[in-house]
Design a protein around this ligand. Structure first.
Ligand SMILES: [Zn+2]
Ligand SMILES: [Zn+2]
Length: 148
């Protein structure tokens, strides 16, 4: 699948999910999601803001952040990354997991048959309403390992 098709697929999936949940598809929301969905880098809010601003010059960092938070709470996107780092966001709504490099902070997606269909444990449901289950594997990425 090429980049263009993948982005189109993610946009379509996003539109459908919004309609199913009765969430308004505002121009801002669409543009923010489009920027996030066009990369697999799991960008932070400033990075997304800088790109969205090209198309919507009047948008503020706070507006971008509030929309991202909203979409994450609705399960439309995910918040990822190390807890002591700036929050980063993910528009890949497919069942996937993350490899997080503890040296450079890179977050890469991976799929695994073994971890398909993970369901939230009961203990998690006692704390709150689960939105998704994602495995986070931490380590040193190949790039970093090469540079040591
Ligand atoms: Zn790394
Ligand atoms: Zn991801």
């Amino acid at each position: 699948m090429n980049e263009q098709d993948r982005l189109a697929g993610r946009m379509e999936d996003f539109r459908r999910a919004c309609i199913a949940r009765g969430i308004r598809l505002t121009h801002q929301r669409l543009e923010i999601f489009r920027e996030l969905a066009s990369t697999d880098e799991h960008p932070d809010v400033e990075t997304i803001y800088r790109k969205v601003k090209i198309r919507i010059p009047t948008i503020s960092l706070d507006t971008v952040y509030r929309n991202l938070r909203f979409m994450a709470e609705e399960g439309l996107i995910a918040v990822v990354g190390l807890s002591n780092e700036r929050q980063r966001f993910d528009a890949n709504r497919s069942d996937h997991h993350h490899f997080v490099c503890i040296r450079c902070g890179a977050i890469r997606d991976f799929l695994s048959e073994k971890t398909k269909k993970l369901t939230p444990p009961r203990e998690a449901e006692e704390i709150g309403r689960p939105v998704s289950v994602r495995l986070e594997v931490k380590g040193i990425c190949r790039e970093c390992e090469k540079n040591t």
